[in-house]
Design a protein around this ligand. Structure first.
Ligand SMILES: [Zn+2]
Length: 325
């Protein structure tokens, strides 16, 4: 049996998974890491995560045929270069693939964008199984997207496809991290939701959020607190999440009107906690704005199924299918 390793570089942790030839996860390993020491240190941490996962699975390094690595930024699979990764403070291109190959005894390494890898993982093993055309939408600090068309992960001519978080909804809306105004990310990312709730509370509107944070001893608004506040009918949280769900519904309609996929998969921490609740608000808005309204419900709008493991699995499978030379 030969194995591949998927390794997902996130803002606060490195997650690594060993995947066998039958696309089964043998083991996953999580390392909490500090990312303020630059790309070389991060590459060493990732390599350490890979070696730890191999050891945890009681495998030998010679059992591994390839590594798939997911990174939070635009990536070029052909060169293994991450163009930038603002969440990690990387503003210049980083040859992460070559760095990892050197640190991992010359093993081939493929590099993929983390949301693309997550979408691929969900398509192959999770909520997208069996469909040919799937779009992944991941709601996090930002909003990321991935496209599977005709059963293939599509990155576009310049490896820049799938940036659906920057579809512009309100040209004069709030400034987005990308510099444009009114992107759906600036209106309804996790960060935007937190900002709007904080703003409403600061302006004196009654909300249970502050109490809930105190009770749970949290300094930030976690997905769990959002879920509890929603369940208790908190007016501020209800209003802000309903508005966000409306934007996600419009985003879905825009995507469906362009490429008409069979399935739209929503992932990210908020969806893990509130998937069904929020998607029941997203669906009617989306369906109402489809240009082809007949058979609208043939477009399934579903929550992701693999949680944190989607990225590592997708990266490992991409490495398995297409080990580079
Ligand atoms: Zn933007």
């Amino acid at each position: 049996m030969k194995y591949t390793v998927g390794v997902d570089l996130g803002g606060t942790k490195v997650l690594a998974a060993i995947v066998n030839e039958h696309q089964e996860v043998v083991t996953t390993t999580k390392l909490k890491t500090a990312f303020d020491e630059g790309p070389q240190a991060v590459a060493r941490q990732m390599a350490h995560g890979v070696r730890k996962a191999v050891a945890d699975a009681t495998l030998d390094f010679s059992d591994i045929v390839a590594i798939g690595a997911a990174a939070p930024g635009p990536t070029d699979r052909a060169t293994g270069i991450v163009a930038n990764a603002p969440n990690l403070g990387w503003h210049d291109p980083v040859p992460l693939g070559a760095m990892l190959t050197e640190l991992l005894d010359g093993l081939p390494v493929i590099i993929e964008n983390d949301v693309n890898a997550g979408t691929y993982g969900e398509w192959a093993l999770g909520a997208g199984r069996g469909a040919q055309d799937v779009v992944g939408i991941f709601i996090g600090t930002g909003i990321g997207g991935g496209l599977i068309l005709d059963g293939k992960l599509r990155s576009g001519a310049r490896s820049a496809a799938g940036e659906i978080g920057h579809i512009i909804m309100l040209p004069d809306g709030p400034v987005c991290g990308c510099g444009n105004r009114g992107c759906v990310e600036a209106l309804s990312s996790r960060k935007a939701i937190e900002r709007e709730i904080a703003h409403a509370i600061q302006s004196g509107r009654p909300s249970k959020v502050t109490d809930l944070m105190g009770k749970k001893n949290k300094t930030r608004l976690t997905s769990g607190i959002l879920a509890d506040a929603w369940a208790s009918g908190d007016p501020v949280v209800t209003e802000v999440l309903q508005r966000a769900a409306r934007y996600w519904g419009l985003l879905t309609a825009n995507i469906v009107n362009l490429i008409d996929p069979q399935r739209i998969i929503f992932g990210g921490g908020v969806m893990e906690k509130l998937g069904d609740t929020l998607l029941s608000q997203v669906r009617p808005v989306a369906y109402q704005h489809f240009i082809k309204k007949s058979d609208a419900d043939q477009v399934a709008i579903v929550p992701a199924a693999l949680g944190d493991n989607a990225g590592v699995l997708g990266a490992a499978l991409l490495a398995h299918l297409a080990p580079p030379n």
